[in-house]
Structure formats: C-alpha cells, structure tokens
Design a protein around this ligand. Structure first.
Ligand code: DQA
Length: 150
C-alpha cells in the first residue's frame, strides 16, 4: 500500500489567491495542492487534502488520519495561536505533523508569535509562501522514509 500523507488546512486558507496577496501570495489553494500532488507523485506518495474553517472538523480530520496517514502537513491558520483542542488532537495521535505557514509568523503581529501547536509537532516550516508546503512535504517524506518516529 502506498504511503499516504494528509495536507490539512485551517480557516480562511480557502481564500488564498484573493486574501491579502501581499502577505500570502497570489496562488490559490488549488494551485498549491496541484503542485503538491505532482511533488508527491514523483516521490511515490499519495496525498489527501482537507480544508475546513471549523475547529471541530480539523480535530476530526486529525483523529481520522491516524487510521491511514504516515504524516500530516498542517497549516492551522489562526487556530495555531488559540487552539488547545488542536494541540491536544495532534498530541493524541501517533502521526508526525509538520506545522506549516505561508508567512513568517514571527515577523508579524505579536499575537501570531505564539503557536500552541508547535510543541507537539515534528517541526515548523514558515515564511516561504506556497513553497512552505513544498518544503514541509519534502521534509516529512524524508522523515517517514527514514522510519523515524516523532
Ligand atoms: C498563517 C498565519 C496565521 O497567523 C494566519 O492566521 C493564517 C495564515 C500562514 O499560513 O501564514 O491564517 O497560518
């Protein structure tokens, strides 16, 4: 069975392309996913993608993926800075999660400097626009291939 990875996106990321393009770039979420599918295909990995604006649906997606995913590339959006529920969900599953942000959250408003999920993630990729996802996926695939546990 092929290795499968979940690409999980949180609130407002469905608006990429039109949402603050000066901060988040002009690529749509579909553009990013198409690129990631090609990248994954070259690596022999299959992707599933979920985007939700609802915290509970993101928790459900994390729970569900423990049954099939080798890892998760996760941009929790604004919930990164607020959600104990997402932190606990990541901590509860035995699946490595890479926290991913388009923007460099440390270089922005102070309320974005704290992430509640970082401590339970494998690592963080931030600040490279759509390429943050590409980097996160590459690093996650390498991690999984090396057979590492988080
Ligand atoms: C974001 C950064 C968050 O602070 C913000 O709320 C987002 C997007 C990013 O990808 O840069 O929605 O996660």
């Amino acid at each position: 069975m092929a290795t499968e990875i979940l690409i999980l996106n949180g609130p407002n990321l469905n608006l990429l392309g039109s949402r603050q393009p000066d901060v988040y770039g002009s690529a749509t979420l579909d553009d990013i996913i198409v690129d990631l599918q090609a990248q994954a295909g070259e690596a022999g990995v299959e992707l599933r993608h979920v985007q939700s604006n609802s915290e509970g649906q993101l928790v459900d997606a994390l729970h569900d993926c423990r049954l099939w995913a080798a890892g998760v590339v996760f941009n929790p959006g604004a919930y990164s800075h607020t959600s104990v529920a997402l932190r606990d969900a990541i901590d509860a599953i035995d699946v490595p999660v890479v926290e991913t942000h388009l923007s460099n959250v440390q270089a922005r408003e102070e309320f974005r400097h704290q992430s509640l999920v970082t401590a339970v993630c494998l690592g963080v990729v931030a600040g490279f626009g759509g390429d943050s996802y590409r980097g996160a996926l590459d690093l996650l695939i390498r991690h999984v291939a090396a057979g590492k546990q988080r």
